[in-house]
Design a protein around this ligand. Sequence first.
Ligand code: DGL
Length: 278
Amino acid sequence: MSDNYQPIGVFDSGYGGLTIFKELLRQLPQYDYIYLGDNARNPYGTRSFEVVYEYTWQAVSYLFAQGCQLVVLACNTASAKALRNIQQKELPGSFPDRRVLGVIRPSVEMIPEMTKTGHVGVLGTKGTVVSESYPMEIAKISPKSPISVVQEACPMWVPIVENNLIESPGAAFFVEQNLTSLFAKDPLIDTIILGCTHYPLLTKVIRKFLPEGVRLLDQGPVVADKLEDYLYRHPEMELRCSKSGRCDYYTTESTQNFDLLGNLFMGSEVKSQHVKLG
Ligand code: DGL
């Protein structure tokens, strides 16, 4: 690897982060990237705080060892359960010049301009929902005109995506069940945050069961915009990110499976390498 190869790292527990990664490549194609999916230990959404933290830090350390100066946690569960500790406990002592960013804050910043009723729904993994990260962050950005937030954990959606069952009757069954339950908690919702990077892969099914006029916040374009803005505001980091348009994929599971689904989700050829974390 050449000395100046300093890719941007993008991490998810599996395939879901590809929904973010696709937008990064579309909007910021000049940079080098490594996408790392921890498919072997997925899902993270039902795991404890300690385990998600341990796995996420192993992944970030691996990406740092590959030369990444900047890592995006393209995973809500990891952003909710590991990001703050990594930023506050790991980086200052051992990696003061590296940065790790998440997906929750950038998404929340879009909410005040999206909702008209002031009623928002969040769909996420159990881990993200229990962490209360979304309600807390939304409360912080709109203290004067409080936005009502209800959440729904959708534990079956990630396995459906990871097993490529997106078009199956089972997918429609669980999506309808969770959306019905979300709207029973608050019928005034006009904006839904897809608070798990796997969920945009189910957008077609979700739209089938959505009341008319309800808006979906898809994190991919939002995170890409915010990353572009971050790099503009931090030229010292921007200069350290190498730019030859190279793109490598790593998975902790079978490369054959990753390439197959990766091709499908990215709409272009994906050729992954196997890595072992921890
Ligand atoms: N895609 C991840 C997220 O955004 C997590 C899925 C999982 O591993 O449970 O939360």
